[in-house]
Design a protein around this ligand. Structure first.
Ligand SMILES: *Cc1c(COP(=O)(O)O)cnc(C)c1O
Length: 349
């Protein structure tokens, strides 16, 4: 006799990237945080926060943040749902829409949490492998016709973006919900946001964790037709976004200038780092994100991951089919990237 439901007994549980204590002398390039601090305006809101905000329950809809996001994105406030990180919103979608008779579908490799959420529900899931060089398996996803289809675009760990025309074609041919996870959109060329106005079954999900340097705050948001959001609102926790996250997040959202400056620095560093790694004969995939998927020339990715760790540099290694010979490296500051490259020179040679 177990304390747990059988699907919980059988699942592994999501394994997050290592999170060393703040202050540990380490170069942390494993979980795609932004290397720059959050907006000074967001930090000022945090410093000056009236404790009355803590005494009272927060706004169940995080309207202060919704208003800020509405202005920046040009979508109405009631088309926005705010979550305790975008992870919570992914969870809400699965809870509202999927079960054993209502499948979750997604191309792989991708964000491993999609599978974990399906296992937790439990819901059946269909994993459709990306074709050679991350060609999008459009027809197979249409054929799978999931009650929920998750597409991370740009995708992790590959770094590629799925074209708007492929996503539009998919949305038009699914009877279920199409969730486009735009966690890395700030570093990308093209957004799928226009699709939420074209299709009632599309939800675009974003986060403040990557582009806005606020992974610790836990704030994400989804954009969709209010008709689609109505079911999602039923299953979220009443007070899912705390008062601090709502106010600090709103200030960060309003400071687009600062965010865009940080993103521009990361993109410039991404170009440099990719060139440096190619010089070391690494294969480097094109990236629309703040990380690079790379394949070391000798194929011994796990050894390199361990050797870097020994030198105080954390990158991400996935012991997963198709990824065993690759590493995912978050783009850091130029100085951090330089230290990484020097360490790799020492390790590889
Ligand atoms: C980082 C990431 C998330 C999680 O974002 P949070 O808002 O921090 O929960 C979601 N999806 C993908 C693909 C990510 O890489």
């Amino acid at each position: 006799m177990s304390y747990f439901r059988s699907n919980v007994d059988q699942m592994t549980g999501y394994i997050p990237g290592e999170q060393p204590k703040p202050g540990t002398p380490i170069i942390k390039l494993n979980t795609n945080e932004n290397p720059y601090p959050p907006s000074p305006q967001a930090i000022a809101v945090l410093r000056n926060l009236d404790s009355e905000w803590l005494r009272r329950y927060p706004d169940p809809y995080a309207n202060e943040f919704r208003r800020a996001a509405s202005e920046v994105l040009g979508v109405p406030v009631d088309w926005i749902m705010v979550g305790n990180g975008s992870d919570e919103l992914l969870n809400v979608v699965v809870r509202a829409c999927a079960d054993l008779g209502r499948k979750v579908a997604y191309p792989v490799p991708t964000y491993v949490l999609y599978r974990t959420l399906a296992e937790m529900q439990p819901a059946h899931f269909i994993e459709i492998p990306y074709e050679e060089n991350f060609q999008f398996p459009l027809e197979k996803l249409i054929a799978a016709n999931g009650a929920v289809t998750f597409i991370a675009s740009p995708n992790s760990p590959s770094g590629h973006g799925v074209s708007l025309s492929d996503l539009r074609h998919l949305a038009a041919n699914l009877t279920g919900v199409l969730v486009i996870d735009e966690a890395y959109i700030d570093f990308a060329e093209e957004t799928a946001l226009p699709l939420v106005k074209e299709f009632e079954n599309v939800m675009v999900i974003r986060t403040l964790s990557k582009g806005y340097s606020l992974a610790g705050l836990r704030l994400g948001f989804g954009i969709a037709n209010p008709e689609l959001l109505s079911g999602m609102f039923k299953v979220k926790d009443s007070y899912n976004v705390d008062a601090i996250a709502c106010l600090v997040g709103a200030a960060a959202m309003q400071d687009q200038t600062y965010k865009n400056e940080c993103v521009a620095k990361v993109k410039a560093s991404r170009t440099k780092l990719a060139a440096n790694l190619k010089q070391l004969n690494f294969r480097v995939w094109d990236s629309q994100t703040n990380f690079l998927l790379v394949q070391p020339p000798t194929g011994d990715a796990e050894q390199i991951y361990l050797a870097l760790k020994e030198r105080g540099i954390l990158v991400r290694y996935f012991k997963q089919s198709g990824l065993e010979d690759k590493l995912r490296i978050t783009v850091g500051t130029d100085a951090q990237n330089q230290t990484l490259v020097e360490a790799l020179v020492a390790i590889v040679e």
